[in-house]
Design a protein around this ligand. Sequence first.
Ligand code: PLP
Length: 462
Amino acid sequence: MPFDLQKLVAERRAEKFDLFDRHLNSQLLRVLKTIGFDADYVSAEGPYLFDGDGNRYLDLLSGFGVFVMGRNHPTVIGALEQVLHGKFPGLVQLDVSLLAGLLAERLAARMPGLDKLFFCNSGAEAVEAAIKFSRTATRRTKIVYCDHAYHGLTYGALSLTGDDLFRTGFDPLVGDCVKIPFNDPEALERVLAAGDVAAFVFEPIQGKGVNIPGDSYLAEARRLCTKHRTLLVADEIQTGMGRTGRFLACEHWGVEPDIALLAKALSGGFVAVGAVAMRKWIFDKVFDRMDRAVVHGSTFSKNDMAMAAGLATLAILEEEKLIERAADMGERLIDGLRQRLGGFEFVKAVRGKGMMIAIEFGPPKSLKLKAAYALMEQANKGLFCQLILVPLFQNHRILAQVAGPNMPVIKLLPPLVIDDEDVAWIETAFEDAVRESHSLGAVWDLGRTLAGQARKSRPGAA
Ligand code: PLP
């Protein structure tokens, strides 16, 4: 019998969670079931997910920031279909790829000074390449990164990730990586002054926490890196491709990095990809002789599906003016959330740029709320957020997530295609969920349950 994927999916759909539990990550499944996020999604379009009962969910997680163009965009599907039906001679390896050349040309046009591109298969792989290229190009070994940074989970990338939760248990990590505080130019100057730093790797806006730098920080970082001959490496894997209202978030501060990293959205939401854009001299130092032409690479990099998805995504950004839209809608959403949530005691700040938005919570002033908040915070620093996220999902069908481990911050990464109605949906849902959390009503039963479970699952707990 010929292979029939649709038939297979229809026959086995009911076993989705059982199969995952048996053969994949049972702890993730436990988390989903505990907070009631184990929905049975059957389809997706634009910013929406749909379950088997036809309910529509607004996805503000975007697959960790992948779906800037929304899900199942017809232009991306069309491009991929053309590759599939076109019998393209892909992955010849002893050949060069036209699609890779075209995508590189279009990306380079978006990033002045970064004329050379290296393609790979994920964000973490882009970070790995940046570490290797920086070391080779500068003949130095030290890499500087920021506290709270997130650059991925392979060994090099993990060695630049500032959160112990991800690092614990995986020692020893890559050597000669030095952590400094984010947004602290003096600390950067001190570490660069020794003249032995290959690269300063940073996120223009940190994904974990949505931490936005001070007005002069990135320009100062640029100046210091130039002065000390250190490469300035912008990890724009989450912030890039228009998410913050500019193609690269660095543009907000008028800064041109030596290397910029892209991944996530470049995939069109379908084909894993990563890109390292850099100055030509850096590339030429790495690939400096014919016998080193393949000194760094990967079998599936530059595959036709990934390149076509990237080209289609860039076309969508332009045709639908999504970058301008992110700037405009994002500003309205941030303003709206500030107005609707500003008066609530648990809400400390609403911040963001474009469609990268954070809502930060903190201890309230009034005594009766203080004790309730403390119960959650003592169990786990970010646990309070679940009292907003769970009702947001269950009562309003909005999917969102905390901005990182152990922080009372919710992060919104909406697809850039959301419209006025979606903005109103988000504002109303947040206001309702935040108001409910202040009433100390039914949602706090959930709070007590989650706090109990969090205490039990601590290392060393009986
Ligand atoms: N860098 C940043 C800023 C990220 O946000 C991520 C992923 O969330 C990565 C790197 C790693 O990308 P990937 O998950 O594709 O390896």
